[in-house]
Design a protein. Structure first.
Length: 433
């Protein structure tokens, strides 16, 4: 069995290696790398926001999803890992100041079923995952904002430059900036414990013969159980822990198949023939499993008390904001369902799209009337500044849907959009004279 002190030393080495990233980081990223990093950071922010929204959704009994699952529990981690599957929608928006915005979404029905299963709730329960008002065309989405991170290592940059667009890749320290050193240690330790527990469950489920699994071979005898548990805890960790950007620590543990067979033969001898499993059946595992080793992943979260509160987002220049920059615009669009469309579902979809177009047009009018500190309006600034005009187009695309649904007994649709103006202010002040 590996000693706890050795395990602790391994964790410390990993943390020191992580903190050494700055020493081996790029002195300056290329423009392409900086843009890719900003987009990935925006994706991470969007997934985190989506996760927080789902965890805060109410379930029956006045509890939230997070309270139902339990903070840091296996079920909460399972939900967080599922939400990694959120897919990017449309093209990322990269502004002239290097800031990126990304939209992600997940199918609402799949998410609903997953939450119900994890919370042990039945379909149809009142108030379960009350997020329907934020779904659009059957998807629940969120937006995120990201900036280039200057202290990523060469290895982290290489991973994100080659990974598929929707995949979250390890980019330490991204995602862990607010986690204390103790929190990182505890997250890795929790992941390591979870990996050994998962390995024990995985091995116990392996079938050795019809109706006879490894768990049956181990049985309840104390000597056999002790031998099995000692074997599992002695297994080596594969590679360094991964500190993923969604703040989940991951540890992999591997069980070489040949070594497993030898241990199972020892346990069989400890059972003194009190088992129907033969040595020949144990040897056949190499044929049935068709792999040299079995690998599992354990995951852990840092304790909530080891996460520092979020700081206010940086604002270019650091000066006091004008009143308009703190404004949040709301725009409502409504459209009747056409009687000329025979299919009600299609008619509703067309009405919803028309309502959104009207809401966007209203937002456009409101934004263009904003007066900058120079006395220039947004409309006039965009007419004379091509870079700002492009930023403005992307900014309008970032409007968030806060209401999307039928009204008037299904005879019409309503869409309500929300658009904070802070991002527009940051773009406007860069060249506004």
């Amino acid at each position: 069995m590996r000693s706890e002190s050795a395990a602790a030393s391994a964790i410390v080495v990993v943390l020191l290696a992580g903190s050494a990233c700055a020493a081996t980081a790029h002195k300056g990223h290329t423009a392409q790398e900086a843009e890719a990093i900003a987009i990935r950071m925006a994706q991470v922010d969007a997934v985190q926001r989506l996760t927080e929204r789902v965890l805060a959704a109410e379930v029956p009994g006045g509890r939230t999803v997070g309270e139902c699952l339990g903070q840091g529990s296996r079920d909460e981690i399972a939900l967080r890992v599922f939400l990694r599957s959120a897919r990017r929608v449309g093209a990322p928006r990269v502004y002239s100041d290097g800031v990126a915005q990304v939209d992600v979404h997940v199918p609402a029905d799949v998410l609903r079923r997953r939450v119900l299963a994890l919370c042990g709730l039945e379909e149809g329960g009142s108030g379960v995952l009350a997020l329907e008002s934020r779904t659009v065309d059957g998807y629940l989405g969120e937006s995120g904002t990201g900036r280039p991170v200057p202290d990523l290592s060469d290895a982290a940059v290489a991973r994100l430059m080659t990974a598929p667009a929707d995949d979250l890749v390890e980019m330490y320290p991204a995602g862990w900036e607010r986690v204390t050193a103790t929190g990182r240690v505890l997250a890795i330790r929790a992941a390591r414990v979870a990996a050994y527990d998962a390995m024990a469950d995985r091995l116990r489920a392996i079938l050795l013969a019809p109706g006879e699994a490894v768990g049956d071979l181990v049985g309840s005898a104390s000597t056999a159980k002790a031998a099995f548990e000692a074997y599992v805890r002695s297994l080596a960790v594969v590679g360094p822990p991964r500190l993923m950007p969604d703040r989940i620590a991951e540890v992999q543990v591997a069980a070489p198949l040949r070594g497993l067979i030898d241990v199972l033969k020892d346990i069989r001898r400890l059972r003194a023939g009190d088992t129907p499993v033969t040595e020949e059946q144990l040897d056949r595992l190499t044929v049935r499993i068709k792999a040299e080793r079995i690998t599992v992943t354990g995951r852990g979260l840092p304790p909530a008390e080891e996460i520092r509160p979020a700081a206010a987002p940086p604002v270019a220049g650091g000066e006091a904001l004008p009143d308009w920059a703190t404004t949040v615009l709301l725009a409502t669009g409504r459209a009747r369902v056409s009687r000329d469309v025979p299919e009600p579902k299609r008619g509703g979809l067309l009405a919803a799209r028309s309502a959104k177009v009207r809401a966007l047009a209203d937002l456009d009018r409101q934004v263009n009337r904003v007066v900058l500190e120079s006395g220039n309006t947004i409309r006039n600034r965009a007419a004379t500044d091509p870079a700002f005009r492009k930023d403005l187009e992307m900014f309008l695309d970032s409007a968030q849907t806060v209401r999307y649904g039928p009204i008037d007994d299904g005879r019409a649709w309503e869409v309500v959009l929300r658009l904070p103006l802070l991002r527009l202010y940051e773009c406007s002040r860069r060249q506004d004279e």
